[in-house]
Design a protein around this ligand. Structure first.
Ligand code: AMP
Length: 277
């Protein structure tokens, strides 16, 4: 495994890789969710590139960029075990030199849900992912279903800009009690960690009601909201039932529908989702 920090080095090494190349973009501080992406890339492609870059432009001014957890040594040891060929760990200056001023904006699917709560977030995500795709030139890139809207935004960008690669969605990896794995789970104190299971409980309730025939999204949202409100540490940002491709909110569940939510547990904002139908 080779670790590189500059775009030039990455491009030079990329030329020597056996094709097809699988790529996993990350912000590091790995958990089993990240490693599932790496495993799938490893299983499907002779060469695997992973990037670790905490991308400042996808964080709002009041968000956790500075305190986002980082542990590059541990991450590199895990990638080495995972059989990764190249790790790209650029500095902020390498990705955003002082004169940098070109941005990718994806439009409607990026404006709702996370985009509405975190203005500019997907502009930062789309821009850095477009740059990484251009640098790494992957044949396949792997993203977690955990960040469902991110997947929709990236797929739309790839389609609209005719980018020549396949986007692969990897199922969400969860803790035994259902909490979706996330680097941000480390912010939770023990009480908050217990309370955080309410996200998956609400999603499971929606799945159960849907499988019993409930198709009215107003009633589904109400039941989910009522369940979350019973948890005193939880503060709802949004509960959404939307078309899984357009992200338009639905009155009646049609298939497939994306049931997603963002909930603050104490000061930590968590997101999760399931697809029904
Ligand atoms: P991050 O480092 O948080 O930017 O995540 C890097 C990639 O890992 C993204 O494609 C995420 O969607 C994916 N990911 C994060 N958490 C999980 C999880 N619990 N299960 C599956 N994929 C995940």
């Amino acid at each position: 495994m080779v670790v590189v920090e500059t775009i030039d080095d990455l491009k030079r090494l990329r030329l020597k890789l056996t094709e097809p190349v699988g790529f996993v973009p990350t912000m590091g501080y790995f958990h089993q969710g990240h490693l599932a992406l790496v495993r799938q890339a490893r299983a499907e492609s002779p060469s695997v590139v992973v990037s670790i870059f905490v991308n400042p432009t996808q964080f709002g001014p009041e968000e956790d960029f500075d305190r986002y957890p980082r542990d590059p040594q541990r991450d590199l040891a895990l990638l080495e075990k995972g059989g990764v060929d190249i790790v790209f760990m650029p500095s902020v200056d390498e990705m955003y030199p002082p004169q940098f001023n070109s941005w990718v904006e994806v439009g409607k699917v990026a404006e709702r849900l996370e985009g509405a709560s975190r203005p500019g977030h997907f502009k930062g995500v789309a821009t850095v992912v477009a740059r990484l795709f251009d640098i790494v030139q992957p044949d396949k890139a792997y993203f977690g279903q955990k960040d469902a809207q991110q997947l929709v935004v990236i797929k739309k960008m790839v389609a609209d800009l005719n980018m020549n690669l396949e986007i692969v969605a990897v199922p969400t990896v969860r803790e035994p009690d259902g909490l979706a794995m996330s680097s941000r789970n480390t912010y939770l104190n023990p009480k908050e960690r217990k309370a955080a299971t309410v996200l998956y409980q609400a999603l499971s309730l929606a799945q159960k009601l849907w499988s019993q025939g409930e198709r009215n999204t107003e009633r589904l949202r109400q039941q989910m909201t009522a369940l979350i409100q019973k948890q005193p540490l939880a503060d709802i940002d949004y509960v959404s039932i939307a078309d899984a491709e357009t992200l338009d909110e639905l009155d009646k569940v049609k298939s497939p529908a994306l049931v997603s939510l963002a909930v603050r547990i104490g000061k930590t904002r968590l997101i999760d989702n399931v697809v029904v139908g």
